[in-house]
Design a protein around this ligand. Structure first.
Ligand code: GTP
Ligand code: MG
Ligand code: ZN
Length: 314
């Protein structure tokens, strides 16, 4: 066996070339990042070679090359990273260092419960708190609102906060503002559900581009293309992210995936087989709980669909 040189337990001193001032990445465009300095200045920075690609929300060190431009010398450790698979199935970070994920759904475009559950699982698996926002509630008449509340009540029962909002009538906006106050949150969801409109409603002085406001694109839409971090007036940061057609999770083993479904927790470890995937194994405590009505069958079904989807390569 090769002998090892004894290593000092003291952390190695920072080499002078990685020093710089602390900053926060507000947005990342192709080659450059907009970095906010501790004094609130916004500097356009390139990232030093061999460093990981920065994402919105990253904490970095940077040095200035001139008053408005600089170089990111170091990307500090991320506490949480929301990732999505890219076209080749490789994990690609969307944003970092948030502690709350706001899943925005709307009556239009209509949403799919499977996708809601995938977002919730993604949030749970990176230790962030999910919050469900049903936007455009002005489009719902009393009866359809009641029906939707009823269908979504299972999420309240398992402990998630559910808010109904409208950027048109400002319904629910106060509650949303309060829920965002002390957090770094990211708005996620399908394109067109109103994520940017929510940011605009929470930050009326800001002029952000919202769908349908412009006819420039021919489609008359302004879809968000890069994740961008905004500061809320009373504290809290909010990241607006580009909408997706579908949200898929990166590859996770079934045993870990079950932790993405918070109401499964009391039964995890109680199955006959220690490596139970809770799909079709005999003696599955989670399947039993669903049969007894302790777990909503739709959630178990969506969990199982996810396990199946993980089997397919890519
Ligand atoms: N009726 C109604 N329409 C809304 C509401 N909020 C947003 N909209 C409209 O929904 C459309 C899409 O809004 P955006 O805020 O651009 O949606 P987005 O989720 O940011 O879309 P992407 O950036 O593509 O992901 C726009 O026409 C908005 O005016 C709402 O509360 N009620
Ligand atoms: Mg948007
Ligand atoms: Zn099981």
């Amino acid at each position: 066996m090769a002998s090892r040189r004894p290593r000092s337990s003291r952390p190695s001193p920072k080499s002078p070339d990685v020093q710089g001032a602390p900053g926060r990445v507000l947005a990342h465009y192709g080659q450059a990042s907009l970095v906010e300095s501790e004094t609130g200045d916004i500097i356009r920075c390139v990232t030093r070679k061999r460093l990981p690609r920065t994402v919105c929300g990253d904490r970095v060190l940077w040095t200035s090359s001139n008053p408005r431009e600089g170089v990111i010398t170091r990307v500090l450790e991320r506490h949480s990273t929301l990732v999505r698979p890219d076209h080749n199935g490789r994990p690609r970070p969307v944003a970092a260092n948030m502690d709350q994920i706001v899943v925005v759904i709307a009556s239009k475009p209509s949403f799919e419960y499977g996708m809601l559950d995938r977002y919730l699982a993604a949030a749970e698996l990176i230790d962030t708190t999910p919050l469900i926002v049903v936007n455009k509630c002005d489009l719902l008449d009393d009866e359809s609102r009641q029906r939707l509340e009823q269908r979504l009540s299972l999420y309240r029962e398992i402990g998630y906060t559910l808010l109904f909002t409208s950027t048109r009538t400002t319904d629910g906006m106060k509650d949303l503002y309060a829920a965002l106050k002390t957090h770094t949150s990211i708005l996620v969801g399908q394109s067109g559900v109103g994520k940017s409109s929510l940011v605009q409603a929470l930050l009326p002085d800001l002029d952000i581009r919202v769908g349908n406001l412009s006819q420039v694109t021919g489609l008359g839409r302004h879809t968000t293309t890069v994740a961008t971090l905004y500061h809320l007036a009373d504290g809290g940061d909010l990241i607006d992210s580009p909408g997706v057609r579908d949200f898929t999770l990166c590859q996770v083993e079934a045993e870990k995936l079950a932790h993405g479904f918070r109401e499964f927790a009391p039964w995890i470890g109680q199955c006959r087989f220690h490596n139970c995937r809770h799909v079709s194994e005999p003696g599955c405590a989670i399947a039993d709980a669903a049969r007894r009505g302790d777990i909503h069958p739709q959630r178990l079904e969506n969990y199982r669909a996810l396990v199946e989807s993980m089997k397919a390569p890519g």
